[in-house]
Design a protein around this ligand. Structure first.
Ligand code: ADP
Length: 313
């Protein structure tokens, strides 16, 4: 079966990751080792889907700088279609400085750079790549006005919209919320949006009801190592996470969102798409890094076959 078209809208950053023994205190200078990795939520999600064998389009804004060229190349190498990517003369690409201590604790500073200058007009131009039946995934790193335009285009273009509200920002209109088919916050984002502290599936159920009141047709709340809770107008269920040996949880949510979109595009029913996306995220946390930790479709299938054997034993 030919998959439905897929398009991501979001941010791209160059992550400067310093590994340090421990995080510095103010005024202190420490030695660490630097690794440069492609990152940004939108880019991670698009790469997750591409690693699973899809050929998603991606709208993002890059600077006309060395980082931008490296980021564009790495998206292309991963199999992401970059026709809608804007390379912006005179602007700097987004970058993040990440410090990770030996105990896994981290500190992050982001300069969004070119990501912040997406406008309603630039999003509308990129939306020319949305074909009928497309699944569109948007995260909240691009400005609200630009997101609003994307949501407003939905009625006309007839796409399905997965909205990952990260990082949470206020100001999205009621009409925009109503255009969302699936909202996919993690626990922190759910708290910021609803005021409900999600500690398990019971509190997730309560929070999901509140999320649906904003207007989305379905809510998927991710609860880290616990899994995911799903609710729409007529049904709800919990999908437990797979027990794995965790090495680095960076981009777990991006793996989940990219995977969910990819499996929906391949025609899987929602519950099956969530189960497979849960496997994608589980495999992601067993490896270090963001985009380089995204599994292929084959690895996901082998992992799930193994789980089935374990469940039968
Ligand atoms: P985010 O990375 O956006 O904070 P979560 O931490 O909620 O998102 O993780 C997203 C998904 O990744 C979870 O729903 C779960 O399926 C998977 N996941 C996260 N942490 C683990 C873990 N420690 N073990 C197994 N799966 C995990």
């Amino acid at each position: 079966m030919i998959p439905r078209p897929l398009m991501f809208f979001g941010t791209t950053n160059l992550d400067l990751c310093f590994n340090v023994d421990r995080l510095p205190t103010p005024g202190e200078t420490l030695l660490g080792t630097l690794v440069r990795n492609p990152g940004g939520k939108g880019a991670n999600q698009a790469v997750a889907a591409a690693r699973l064998g899809l050929r998603p389009y991606f709208y993002t804004r890059l600077g006309d700088d060395e980082a931008g060229r490296a980021l564009l190349r790495s998206l292309q190498e991963a199999g992401v279609r970059t026709d809608a990517v804007e390379v912006c003369p005179g602007e700097l690409s987004g970058s993040a400085m990440v410090m990770v201590g030996d105990d896994g604790a981290n500190m992050i500073v982001i300069d969004p750079g070119a990501n912040l200058k997406a406008t309603p007009a630039t999003v509308e131009k990129a939306a020319a790549f949305i074909e009928p039946g497309t699944i569109v995934v948007a995260e909240m790193g691009i400005p609200i006005a630009a997101l609003e335009r994307l949501c407003a285009l939905k009625a006309d273009r007839g796409f399905e919209l997965i909205f990952n509200p990260a990082p949470v920002r206020t100001g999205l209109s009621t009409e925009a919320w109503r255009s969302v088919d699936y909202i996919t916050p993690n626990q922190t984002e759910t708290f910021e949006l609803t005021g409900v502290e999600v500690v398990g599936f019971e509190s997730a159920a309560e929070a999901a009801l509140k999320l649906l009141e904003f207007g989305p047709k379905a809510a998927l709340i991710t609860l880290g190592a616990q899994g995911t809770y799903y609710r729409d107008g007529s049904r709800s269920f919990a999908m437990p996470a797979f027990p794995v040996k965790v090495l680095d949880t960076t981009a777990a949510g991006d793996a989940f969102n990219g995977g969910f979109a990819a499996f929906l595009a391949q025609g899987l029913p929602v519950r099956d798409a969530i189960r497979k996306a849960t496997a994608v995220a589980a495999l992601c946390v067993t490896r270090r890094g963001a985009q380089e930790s995204m599994p292929t479709a084959r690895t996901v299938d082998e992992f799930l076959n193994q789980q089935t054997v374990l469940e039968l034993e």
